[in-house]
Each structure stands twice: as structure tokens, then as C-alpha cells.
Design a binder for this molecule. Structure first.
Ligand SMILES: Cc1cc2nc3c(=O)[nH]c(=O)nc-3n(C[C@H](O)[C@H](O)[C@H](O)COP(=O)(O)OP(=O)(O)OC[C@H]3O[C@@H](n4cnc5c(N)ncnc54)[C@H](O)[C@@H]3O)c2cc1C
Length: 257
């Protein structure tokens, strides 16, 4: 009890010297710690203590919609998506869908467009936003466009940002990062896996050096930089998925040809 403090939005962090940091919360409270781990995602408040890197827009955005209990309530859509992940791509655009637990169908429209292009869509007007997005797929078969037009949730815009693959920092006493805070990449199927793995590896490093946190953080970061760099460099990137030769470049990436 009390180990996890819910409802504490971090408003700022600052170095106090000797590896100690103060973490201030939006509710006006603050704590001081000798070990600060930034696991706070793409827009990490902790990252600036270590590096000046900021996420950059990839030129691609996802728009998310969902259908629930596909097998019973939307059998034709469930059949279109199949048993796992479905991807339908052409240059600059695509429709992806996952079958998730309970037969829920999670769809992402992918569009390679500048951020300003999306600013013209009023996402608070669900019907108008859905129609505007569906229009981009004019002429596509209704089995696919229905994943968007029949969506049971309001479309949610997700601009996709990344950090440079070679993002690194010099060892700084008392603080480190994990997951997207450390190595934000465009969705490639590994981000959540890498974040969980980082957490486990950091825990093991601290358990191995309980009286020497700096050695633990040095060992953790050294392996993490190599692991995340190799994973993100080897993953098919969004421009491979949506490039002029789509969908063939992605097929070739899967088949190794
Ligand atoms: C469209 C899309 C599809 C994806 N698909 C996949 C996939 O199929 N497989 C996969 O492995 N990965 C996928 N990913 C990537 C995956 O979602 C991320 O890599 C993963 O969530 C990173 O985990 P994290 O814990 O580092 O960060 P996050 O999941 O972002 O968690 C950070 C947490 O910190 C909290 N936080 C942030 N700022 C503050 C603050 N100031 N104060 C307090 N709390 C704060 C947030 O509320 C959040 O709970 C996808 C990503 C996107 C955008």
C-alpha cells in the first residue's frame, strides 16, 4: 500500500546534486529520490535531464477505430480481419487491423500526410471526421472501408513521432530512462515488448548491484542502447510500408527477398 501513488502527474524534475533529484507533482506535492527512472513515454519529463533529443513527427499518422465482439456482432468484418493482423497498403495510405481478445477488432487507418492536413479535420465531430477519413479510401472495397465507417468508437488521431535510432546519453548519476522515453520508434510491433524488457533488465541490474546503483545503471544502459538500437534499426519502417513500391517492400521485408 502506498508504493504506487496514483493521481500524481509529474510537473517537473530537477537535479539536486550527488545523484539526487526532486520530482514535483501537479497536485503541489514533491518527492526527493536517489534513483529516478523515467518510464513516462514519448513526452518524458525526465528525458531532458539526460539528453536534448525531442521526438520528431514521422510524416505519418494513424487514426484508430474499434469494433467490439466481432465474431458475434460483426462476423463479416471479423472474417475480413482474419485471425491476427491484417494489413492493406498502397503508396501513402493503408488500413491495418488486429483481432484482439474477445474478438474485438482494432483498426488503424494510416495516412502519410503533414500534421497540418489533420488540423482541418474536426475530431470532435465523429460523423464528419469518419466521413473525411473514409473519403481517402474512395474506391476501396466496402469490406475494408466498413472497418472505418462502422467504427463503434470515435476516430482517434495519433500523430506518430520518433526519437533518433542512435539516441544515447552520457551516464548521469541517479537517473535513467526506459521504454519510449529512451527509444521512441514508429509502431513496429516491438515498442511495448522493449519497454517491458527494459524494466525487467533494469530490475535485474539493480538486484545484482544493490549497493552500487551507478554500476547497475551503467550495465543496464550499455545493453539497452545496443538492444533498442538493433531492434529499431532492423524493423520495417513506415516509409517502407507506405513507399512508392507499397505493399511489395513490406512483403519483401517479411520474406527476406
Ligand atoms: C498506434 C500504435 C500502435 C502500436 N502497436 C504496438 C504493437 O503492436 N506492439 C508493440 O509492442 N508496441 C506497439 N506500439 C508501441 C507501444 O505502445 C509503446 O512502445 C509502449 O506503450 C511504450 O511503453 P512505455 O511504458 O515506455 O510508455 P507509455 O505506454 O507511453 O507509458 C508511459 C506512462 O507514463 C505516464 N506519464 C506520461 N507523462 C507523465 C507525467 N508527466 N506524469 C505522470 N505520468 C506520466 C503516461 O500516462 C503513461 O501511463 C504501438 C504504438 C502506437 C502509437
Amino acid at each position: 500500500a502506498g508504493t504506487v501513488r496514483w493521481g500524481h502527474k509529474v510537473s517537473g524534475v530537477r537535479a539536486l546534486g550527488d545523484g539526487c533529484h526532486e520530482v514535483a507533482f501537479a497536485n503541489g506535492t514533491a518527492v526527493t529520490t536517489s534513483l529516478l527512472v523515467g518510464a513516462d513515454g514519448a513526452w518524458s519529463r525526465v528525458r531532458p535531464l539526460l539528453s536534448g533529443a525531442t521526438p520528431e513527427y514521422t510524416g505519418v499518422s494513424f487514426i484508430e477505430t474499434r469494433l467490439f465482439d466481432g465474431d458475434n456482432r460483426h462476423p463479416n468484418r471479423a472474417k475480413t480481419v482474419g485471425g491476427g493482423t491484417m494489413m492493406v497498403l498502397e503508396p501513402g495510405k493503408g488500413i491495418l487491423a488486429h483481432r484482439e481478445r474477445g474478438g474485438n477488432l482494432h483498426t488503424w487507418v494510416i495516412l502519410a500526410r503533414p500534421r497540418d492536413w489533420f488540423a482541418d479535420i474536426d475530431f470532435t465531430d465523429r460523423a464528419a471526421a469518419t466521413a473525411q477519413i473514409a473519403q481517402e479510401f474512395d474506391g476501396w472495397v466496402p469490406e475494408l472501408t466498413a472497418l472505418v465507417t462502422d467504427g463503434e468508437t470515435a476516430p482517434v488521431l495519433r500523430n506518430i513521432y520518433t526519437l533518433p535510432i542512435e539516441h544515447r546519453w552520457d551516464r548521469t548519476p541517479g537517473v535513467t530512462l526506459l521504454g519510449d522515453a529512451a527509444h521512441l520508434a514508429a509502431p513496429n510491433g516491438e515498442g511495448a515488448n522493449l519497454a517491458l524488457y527494459d524494466g525487467a533488465e533494469l530490475g535485474k541490474a539493480i538486484a545484482a548491484h544493490p549497493d552500487d546503483i551507478e554500476t547497475a545503471l551503467t550495465e543496464y544502459e550499455r545493453a539497452m542502447f545496443v538492444r533498442s538500437g538493433a531492434s529499431n534499426a532492423g524493423a520495417p519502417d513506415l516509409h517502407v510500408m507506405l513507399g512508392d513500391n507499397a505493399p511489395h517492400d513490406l512483403i519483401n521485408a517479411f520474406t527476406g527477398s
